[in-house]
Design a protein around this ligand. Structure first.
Ligand code: NAP
Length: 521
């Protein structure tokens, strides 16, 4: 069992009562009473706090902690009082007390704590925290903790400055023969909190809300339950995720997790913050693939790693979909299970171009062959422009690329044999289809548009790849003149549907996906 514990971070009993009730209502499977948050702490107050928690939910296990300030505590209570509080908690019959390993190994502390626990059911959590970096040797630290108290639950928590720092916590949990808690703090450590249940970690901690978090990178219990389907995760859960930087605001976890759950699949989709370039990207995917027991089966890939993803698969001699090769970027990686080596296990696809073409043809009620000779203005020359230009060039459309940095427009145009110009030259567009592939108009700059409204005409079709907001200024103005409009939402949903098919072999319900995106934007 992996407990989903909610820390109670209250300064008095009234606030604690409110937080405990809310945690129980939200589905907490254990409650951590962080007594170092309580003002004017005393043994009597802790007794009342425990009684209060018991009366709220008699069968929810309690962890009592009085954290030392240098290990993340809030009020700097002396060791003697912290010890008295923990011993009082043992005498009150709580299931767990958490004490810092560094303090526990002091002879008089150890004697007192073990003496108090003797003949009682309370279990000891011995914790160590490193707020700066990974531990020098986490495996040795774990052995030291168990040597000091073989029945204890080691709790080893450190800050991950990069997602690649998380893997030693995963290895520790994977190899553990006894109950162990190991996860990483910080945004880069988020996945270690999400997959601890799959790896058999003893506890993960989730805050009640954004305000009451007790450590950096903690998710809320609502996110764990609703977005990451905590209740369904088990050792067999297969992992997927979106690799990018930044990634916190990606809608992909919401979409894919909802669709996995809807299809009754035991799959979990994670936000994977991979900072850095090719080196860090390759190291991350190597880390995932070399640990088959992690069960990573596929990735979506976004800014800035689409080229890195393609290069990675080529370096592993994996299969590359021909158009992904031509575009020079992949947004989907599929990992074959139980292949003999990392080589050949991973294949690369690009669902962006097809998603864009399908959005255009559906909105204009035409087929891909009707795109032949259609004149199209592409605004922008970045990653999304590249995929759309490749798709349109493949279909035989007459494409002209307009970009702020004209040199970039030229490079793309030469590659795909089309025309180009600077963005300033877009004053008398002759093209029938206008596609915005820049981020202009995207949240929070919703008042801007890449295209002068006076140039919009009724006979045009206007496609904005931006999907946040769902209706951009450009689309609103295009609608006002009676032009046909195509929203970035359609493309976003289409590429997610194609990824879902690659991930699962099943068709996703596009209306359901659209609803999830609309609810999440
Ligand atoms: P990118 O590679 O960073 O390219 C950004 C492009 O926007 C470049 O051409 C850049 O011009 C231009 N640009 C940015 N700010 C500008 C400004 N203030 N004025 C003029 N031009 C500006 O990004 P990307 O991956 O192509 O993504 C672009 C947008 O596409 C995203 O913001 C997103 O909204 C949208 N998108 C949508 C989907 C979907 O499924 N609907 C998928 C991916 C992306 P320079 O070359 O001069 O810098």
């Amino acid at each position: 069992m992996t407990y989903l514990a909610v820390p109670i971070a209250a300064k008095d009993l009234n606030e604690a009562a409110r937080q405990i009730d809310a945690a129980i209502a939200a589905g907490a499977e254990a409650i951590e009473l962080r007594t170092d948050y309580i003002e004017n702490l005393s043994v009597e107050l802790v007794g009342e706090l425990i009684a209060q928690a018991r009366s709220a939910a008699a069968d929810v296990p309690l962890i009592v902690t009085c954290r030392e300030k240098k290990q993340g505590g809030i009020i700097d209570y002396p060791l003697a009082l912290r010890l008295d509080v923990l011993i009082a908690a043992v005498q009150a019959g709580v299931e767990f007390i958490d004490i810092e390993y560094d303090n526990f190994i002091l002879t008089e502390v150890k004697q007192k704590v073990l003496g108090a626990c003797l003949g009682r059911t309370t279990r000891l959590i011995l914790s160590a925290h490193n707020f700066q970096a990974p531990f020098a040797d986490i495996k040795k630290l774990c052995r030291d903790v168990l040597a000091a108290c073989p029945d204890a639950i080691p709790k080893l928590v450190y800050t991950a400055s990069h997602i690649n720092d998380c893997f030693e916590a995963f290895d520790l949990l994977h190899d553990a023969k006894q109950d162990t808690i190991a996860f990483c703090m910080g945004e880069a450590g988020l996945i270690s909190r999400l997959i601890t249940k799959k790896l058999g970690g003893f506890v993960t901690f989730a805050s009640l809300d954004e305000k009451t978090g007790t450590a950096p990178g903690q998710s809320t219990i609502e996110q764990l339950k609703d977005l990451y389907h905590w209740d369904s995760i088990d050792a067999e859960t297969e992992l997927y995720g979106v690799i990018g930087a930044p990634i916190a605001h990606s809608l992909s976890p919401a979409i894919h997790n909802a669709c996995f759950a809807d299809a009754g699949l035991n799959k979990l989709y994670l936000p994977l913050l991979v900072a850095g370039g090719q080196g860090e990207f390759s190291q991350f995917v190597d880390n995932c693939l070399s640990r088959e027991w992690l069960d990573f089966r596929g990735f979506s890939v976004t800014i800035p790693h689409k080229e890195n993803a393609l290069n990675y698969v080529k370096s592993k001699t994996g299969f590359v979909e021909p158009l992904a090769e031509r575009i020079g970027a992949a947004n989907t990686l599929i990992i074959e299970h139980r292949a003999s080596s990392i080589e050949n296990r991973v294949s690369a696809y690009n669902t962006d171009y097809s998603a864009a073409l399908d959005s255009i043809t559906a909105a204009l009620r035409i087929t891909r062959t009707d795109l032949k000779d259609m004149s199209v203005a592409i605004i922008g020359a970045g990653g999304v422009a590249r995929a759309i230009v490749a798709g349109l060039a493949d279909a035989g459309a007459k494409v002209k690329i307009y970009n702020r940095t004209v040199e970039k427009a030229k490079r793309l145009a030469v590659e795909f044999k089309c025309d180009y110009a600077s963005l300033d030259a877009l004053h008398k567009p002759k093209e029938k289809l206008i596609i915005n592939c820049t981020s202009i108009g995207m949240h929070p700059n919703t008042d801007s548009s890449p295209f002068n409204a006076k140039l919009l005409q009724k006979h045009m079709a206007v496609f904005d790849t931006v999907y946040n907001p769902l209706e951009t200024k450009l689309l609103k103005e295009a609608k006002e003149v009676g032009a046909k409009t195509i929203s970035g939402l359609d493309m976003f949903v289409n590429q997610a549907i194609a990824q879902f098919k690659l991930f699962t072999g099943k068709n996703a319900d596009s209306k359901f996906m659209k609803r999830i995106v609309c609810e999440s934007v």
